[in-house]
Write a protein of this length. Structure first.
Length: 176
């Protein structure tokens, strides 16, 4: 119940943001008003890298999507990755749902994307939810994944990713 409430609150936060654009599956968005363009390829590559890292149990590959800033802010990121690898079961069968929302910040010359990817394995379903700076002109060290949640879910889980989360990987017992 707590996860459902958190998911609904995160979705409402993202959906109510000004300048928010919801993207489904392979759609891309170009916002001409502030000349910031979402790089659909980078966020798709992030999900591909995360899934490949899960399938191969490759902690360094998993860690590679995080921004330099996040790695400095969250010293226990390796513990978060270990937690994810410990709860992940089965072989990856398919991605059953993907969604994104984004927001541009003209004053920072930046764009943030909130993503969710639901993965169905031979054993369970999991959601990967992350916040990623896909463009960050004022602080290039912030470009990349800022926060991530990995949890067991129902196959029909829907929504948007991200929200106001701490840097790094959120897991039970982590330092926030």
């Amino acid at each position: 119940m707590k996860k459902l409430i958190l998911s609904v609150l995160l979705f409402l936060l993202v959906a109510s943001s000004t300048g928010c654009t919801i993207l489904n599956d392979s759609q891309s968005s170009i916002e001409n008003d502030d000349k910031l363009i979402i790089d659909q390829t980078s966020t798709k590559n992030t999900s591909d890298v995360l899934i490949q890292a899960l399938e191969t149990n490759d902690a360094e590959l998993f860690k590679s999507v995080f921004s330099e800033q996040t790695l400095k802010l969250q010293p226990d990121i390796d513990e978060g990755i270990k937690y994810i690898f410990n709860i992940f079961e089965g072989d990856n069968l398919e991605i059953v749902y993907e969604n994104q929302s984004s927001e541009s910040f003209s004053d920072l010359q930046a764009k943030c994307v909130w993503s969710i990817c639901v993965i169905k394995t031979t054993e369970k379903c999991y959601s990967l939810t992350w916040t990623e700076w896909v463009q960050q002109e004022t602080d290039p060290s912030a470009q990349g994944v800022y926060s991530l949640i990995f949890e067991e879910c129902e196959e029909d889980q829907r929504g948007a990713g991200g929200g106001d989360l701490p840097a790094g990987i959120y897991y039970p017992g982590c330092e926030t």
